[in-house]
Design a protein around this ligand. Sequence first.
Ligand code: HSE
Length: 300
Amino acid sequence: ECKKARAYSSSANLGSGFDILSMAHTAFFDTIEICVENKNSGDIVIESNSNIPLEPTKNSATYPIVRIMEERGIKASLRVKVIKGIPEGLGLGSSGASAAAAVMAFNNLFKLNLSKEEVVRYAMYGEIASSGSPHPDNVAASVFGGVVSVVSVNPVKVVEIPLNYSFNILLFVPLNVHIEEKTKKAREMVPKTVKLSEYINNSRYMSSLLIGFVKGERDLIRLGLNDEIVEKARLPLFPYYPKIKQIAIKYDAIGSCVSGAGPSILVLTDKMTDENKIAEEGTKTCNEFNVECKVIKAKI
Ligand code: HSE
């Protein structure tokens, strides 16, 4: 017997919400199929269209499954097909989506009746497999959809943010950039301590963003899509970002921020925005930094 599940790409952080906020989008998706094999070996065999680790404890789709099976005493031989649609290492929640889809497929296959938060808790292990740290933001967005806030990690608690402003998404995805273990490195760039003034400013941004979404206020969303701590520390990973942000504002986007740990950039747009100009000038800006950006239009 086999079960399949799909999970979408996401942009974590949304400016000041490092490891807290995340937005799922239709830009890309991963599909996972899990089949129970008629064998007693207890092996997990991985097949993929992509060059991912084939060791179950090192693979972000299968490590969560290893953990569920251990915790719940489930014994089975599995064949796991990982069909990657989300490009990896570009800040689009690729490993989180694989992990989320794998846990959803496993949940259906073994009729475990896991709640969405339990799915997030297990899928979070996929992030340990890929980056060494169990940040649940991308996973939560892929499981719940929309914009989510992870308000607690242990126990996992996820709040779905009501969105009362309708917007579209433009993503600048630098396709010719590959940094080995990017998320791990990007996390090492984040400062261990921050100044009180930076903390206050970032808290202002996050409250502005959340209230902007809930009340449907464009100006608050724009102000909220800022950050003075994490994006700033990671700027060497995406040096074109400040200029793309300026271009986005010049052509009246709602706002923009770095997608997850980068190097992709997220721009939120609406009917006031000249999307074509942003795409054109933003692509040129990437080129000035010797980066080939693909512009993807998506919805939440
Ligand atoms: N919140 C995480 C980070 C997302 O910025 O490191 C990584 O995918």
